[in-house]
Ligand binder design. Structure first.
Ligand SMILES: [Fe+2]
Length: 195
């Protein structure tokens, strides 16, 4: 890990990210249960365990004085009529914010908080999204052939809580209707405490 100030690069379009410490890959098999259409999911995965999204991270200590930064790349694709997306998460340290800067592609960030509020913001190149503390977030690629690439930064001690979203889902999901992305109520959403 670096002990003096350092630089790294946001890759040019089409360039493979270099100089990052970690490269995480999430394939379809790690997203079983996240998509609405289970039959479409099983059909798709029988054809191959496709790469859905990747994260490139800079390794820094997990304390509040640091920042965690990196790149998120969501590939284009559909499971039934639901767009490829990340699992989505709250931060384990709930009251921590995050910045996403969209570099390439078209998509949305689906968000919600523990008070029942939700928000969906469009991501386009040049857009900076400030996610308030306490809001879970999921990137969705609503494009058809281009990667959705974002640069992110969040407090070093934030951590991830994936389990809450894995259990209850998001209130809103993104489906393709007549070739266009639509925000739809999640029929499988489970209100916290109702299970
Ligand atoms: Fe986050």
């Amino acid at each position: 890990m670096q002990t003096v100030p350092f630089t790294y690069r946001i890759p040019a379009s089409g360039e493979t990210p270099a100089g990052y410490d970690r490269h995480l890959t999430r394939r379809l098999s790690s997203l079983r249960g996240f998509f609405q259409d289970g039959a479409a999911f099983e059909k798709e995965i029988s054809l191959g365990d496709t790469l859905v999204y990747e994260v490139y991270e800079i390794n820094r200590p997990e304390n509040s004085g640091e920042l965690q930064t990196g790149l998120s790349i969501v590939h284009p694709g559909l499971i039934g009529d639901e767009y490829y997306m990340t699992k989505g998460h709250f931060h384990a340290e709930l009251q921590t914010a995050e910045i996403y800067h969209c570099l390439q592609g078209e998509g949305v960030m689906v968000m919600e908080n523990m008070d029942g509020e939700w928000a969906v913001e469009e991501l386009r190149p040049g857009v900076v999204l400030y996610i308030l503390p306490g809001w879970a977030h999921r990137s969705v690629n609503t494009g058809h052939d281009e990667d959705l690439i974002t640069y992110f930064a969040y407090p070093g001690h934030a951590g991830h809580d994936y389990a809450t979203i894995e259990t209850q889902g998001f209130r809103k999901i993104m489906l393709e209707r007549d070739g266009r992305p639509c925000i739809v109520d999640n029929p499988r959403w489970v209100a916290p405490g109702s299970r």
